[in-house]
Design a binder for this molecule. Structure first.
Ligand SMILES: [Zn+2]
Length: 409
């Protein structure tokens, strides 16, 4: 293997259960992340030779690789998250499939299989070494592949002082999967001018556009009365709620949209004649269209209030996060350098808009421009997750190349 310890690191990390918990009120959300950071990551960061290594009690493991050429003044960061998604992560038992023959892979004794008929991208990896699950857990390549790649990059630079680089800041963060990964991030303490999250999918993926996002809560106040004597007096909150939904464009829904198409998504609806509540999420990559969507949402409530009396429908809209694109655009060399580094290594860049958010989007608005790089993994968040070792090697090489390209500038 080209990069010593990359696979060993990855296997070590995925065997530790670091599942986050959205119902937890602690920071980080699970003790297992604290243990992983303090017992596994921090000692290893020190062992490979990073400096200023410290653990922030709110769940962040931070370290620095000092510049080995003082003329390179720009500080670049690499960030991955240590928690795994909401799926069984107890006793992760990774399988190593060497020299993959292109056939169906049995996931342990679970009865589940990875079949190219279901997952066509398997066909890209004939002859490679695949890491899969045993069918009972997720793998956790999201995002421990990112951690292994960053750690291996750091180890490489420390073993090769002849390869020149500027200051490289490294951060491993908690609770990305529950949307809190950026909450306690100390941008100033981290010290980077710009950064990349290493948290994407297949080799070549590069992302710097994500949704603008808001949540909308609609509360409809009805008036219940015995149906036998309801004429002219009952106001049915359930029916008015259905009317609210009917005022939104029917095809602007996650079920019918892709690419740059935004949507209104009714996520939950509970109620009775007296009162009904609906929870929506509103998404659009384009900021102006996003604002227009929120207006239309409020106008729907306004129309019903005119029809049924003021105060009947309350629509509260709250912004969640914004498209990082406008924060990345002044730093497009981040994208250009990543693309050029990929091309230099024979990786085909795949630039796609994220139909969701990332920690990097939040960090970009906190002052740290932060597009997202691939990890090499597929089928995240479940038992079909897998990652080719060759992709992890290539991405380690990519991180080294990107860091070097900053030094050249
Ligand atoms: Zn992730």
């Amino acid at each position: 293997m080209k990069y010593q310890n990359l696979l060993d690191r990855f296997i070590t990390y995925v065997k530790v259960n670091t599942r986050s918990d959205e119902n937890s009120t602690t920071t980080p959300s699970t003790q297992s992340q604290v243990d992983f950071a303090t017992n596994v990551l921090i000692p290893e960061m020190k062992r490979v030779g990073l400096q200023n290594v410290y653990y922030l009690p709110n769940g962040y493991a931070i370290g620095t690789l000092p510049a080995n050429d003082p003329s390179f003044t720009r500080k670049i960061g690499f960030i991955s998250h240590m928690d795994t998604a909401d799926f069984n992560a107890e006793n992760v038992n990774p399988q190593i499939v060497e020299n993959y023959d292109g056939g169906v892979i049995a996931l342990g004794d679970s009865g589940f299989t990875l079949d190219p008929a279901d997952f066509a991208h398997l066909n890209n990896y004939k002859g490679q070494t695949l890491i899969t699950t045993d069918g009972t857990t997720l793998l956790g390549a999201d995002d421990k592949a990112g951690i292994a790649e960053i750690m291996t990059m750091a180890a490489y630079f420390l073993r090769h002082p002849e390869v020149k680089h500027g200051t490289i800041c490294i951060g491993f963060t908690p609770d990305e999967e529950v949307g809190r990964g950026a909450d306690g991030f100390d941008v100033d303490g981290f010290g980077a001018d710009v950064a990349y999250t290493v948290d994407g999918g297949a080799l070549g993926e590069l992302e710097y556009e994500n949704f603008n996002a808001a949540s909308g809560r609609v509360t409809v106040h009805g008036a219940n009365i015995h149906p036998g004597t309801a004429k002219g007096r009952m106001r049915n909150a359930l029916l008015m709620a259905m009317e609210f939904q009917s005022l939104l464009p029917a095809d602007e829904n996650p079920m019918y949209t892709e690419g740059y198409e935004g949507f209104y998504h009714l996520d939950r609806m509970t109620g009775c004649v007296e009162e009904t509540r609906m929870d929506y999420i509103i998404r659009d990559h384009d900021r102006a269209k996003f604002e227009r969507r929120k207006e239309l949402f409020s106008q729907a409530a306004g129309f019903l209030n005119q029809k049924y009396g003021s105060g009947t429908v309350e629509a509260a809209v709250k912004d969640s996060y914004y498209n990082m694109k406008e924060k990345i655009e002044p730093h497009m060399d981040l994208i250009d350098k990543a693309k050029a580094s990929m091309e230099k290594l024979g990786i085909w860049p795949i630039v796609v808009p994220i139909r969701g958010g990332t920690d990097g989007a939040r960090l970009s608005y906190m002052g740290l421009p932060c597009p997202n790089l691939c990890t090499g993994g597929h089928n995240f968040h479940g038992k079909y997750e897998f990652i080719p070792v060759q992709s992890m090697e290539k991405i380690t090489e990519l991180l080294i190349e990107i860091a070097r390209s900053f030094a050249e500038a």
